[in-house]
Design a protein around this ligand. Structure first.
Ligand code: AMP
Length: 249
């Protein structure tokens, strides 16, 4: 089985996000960038499939500016076989990402595409669903367990109040949730080996995809700071304050 995994370069989850002074976006200059945490889980799952012999080839794909190569290298160091960078400086919306991934799929013909359930920068949770729709493939979102049997994947999904298991006919698109696995750290020898693994670079034009944004960002603002709380002496005072100050009862 050939598996494609989508890896996005995002601001590291430990970084305190700062909004630009002109409210056009968030500061990315001199900010630590990393692989989207859900995509690390997606890569880990692909590498485990590779190790178990379920997958014969694992390809890591990233879309965005040149430094996305580093994100691909991380996936290669974790165990992916090769990488594809679709290089563009245009801000990519989920539909553009889905169209680009579809174009890569048309070239590579994988049996399975694994994505994160969402990218932690824009929190869209759209790309996997759009890609499955564009391809007309089966999809399993929020996967917390994958099991493979003759041409089918059983995807256990986290849904409100429990777990649901779907049996998907391949080819399929799967987006992964937090509890699927714990991603490994790449060892130093594997980081060195990853430098020799191939990365194909192409552009949206090469793939014939128009990535012009359809959405206009009107303004980006930091959340309001919370007001200080008060400690009340007893329940009677709490009820009185809720009635007279907060006016909620
Ligand atoms: P989103 O729909 O933006 O929340 O992203 C969901 C998933 O789509 C991510 O976890 C990635 O696996 C994939 N994805 C989104 N944008 C990109 C990108 N620029 N490059 C590679 N993968 C991406």
């Amino acid at each position: 089985m050939k598996v494609l995994v989508a890896v996005k370069r995002v601001i590291d989850f430990n970084v305190k996000i700062r909004v630009k002074s002109d409210n056009t976006g968030v500061e990315t200059g001199n900010v630590k960038m990393s692989m989207n945490p859900f995509d690390e889980i997606a890569v880990e799952e692909g590498v485990r499939m590779r190790e178990a012999g379920t997958a014969d080839e694992l390809i890591a794909v990233s879309l965005g500016p040149k430094p996305c190569q580093e994100t691909i290298r991380t996936a290669l160091a974790m165990g992916a076989d090769r990488g594809i960078l679709v290089e563009t400086d245009t801000r990519l919306e989920p539909l553009a990402v889905a169209k680009l991934l579809k174009a890569v799929v048309d070239k590579e013909s994988p049996d399975l595409i694994i994505l994160g359930k969402q990218a932690i920068d824009d929190d869209n949770n759209q790309t996997g669903q759009m890609l499955a729709a564009l391809l007309g493939w089966s999809q399993g979102t929020f996967a917390s367990k994958l099991a493979f049997t003759d041409g089918k994947i059983d995807v256990t999904r986290e849904v409100d109040g429990g777990l649901e298991t779907l049996s998907l006919t391949m080819p399929s698109v799967v987006s992964v949730d937090l509890r699927l696995n714990e991603p490994r750290y790449a060892s130093l020898p594997n980081i060195m080996k990853a430098k020799k693994k191939p990365i194909d670079v192409m552009t949206p034009d090469d793939l014939g995809v128009d990535v012009t944004p359809r959405l206009e960002i009107v303004s980006v603002e930091a959340p309001q700071g919370r007001e200080r709380g008060v400690i009340v002496a007893n329940a009677a005072e709490l009820v009185e304050r809720l009635r007279s100050e907060a006016k909620v009862i």
